[in-house]
Design a protein. Structure first.
Length: 89
């Protein structure tokens, strides 16, 4: 993580733990031979969780790190964010 202070770190970690728990549940479903439709529905829920988690991290980064980077004319941090967004989307 960069030197920027993030406001929502605890919430991000809580959401990440919840997502990991759901992935473990999906793994167990597959190990138990559960119906593929049920597994796909759970995977869809996990994807939505991760998308929402990404949004929280992105907003937090923009609100704090990017605002500071713009003030400091730090093009590297701004370009790093652009690259991360390209990979995310």
């Amino acid at each position: 993580m960069d030197n920027c202070k993030h406001e929502h770190t605890k919430a991000v970690l809580n959401r990440l733990s919840r997502s990991i728990g759901h992935m473990n549940a999906v793994k167990k479903m597959i190990e138990d031979g559960r119906d593929c439709s049920d597994v796909l529905i759970q995977l869809s829920a996990v994807r939505a969780e991760i998308t929402n988690l990404s949004k929280v991290i992105l907003k937090d980064h923009i609100d704090h790190c990017i605002v500071d980077a713009v003030k400091a004319n730090d093009e590297t941090t701004i370009n790093d964010l652009k690259g991360a967004i390209d990979k995310l989307l």
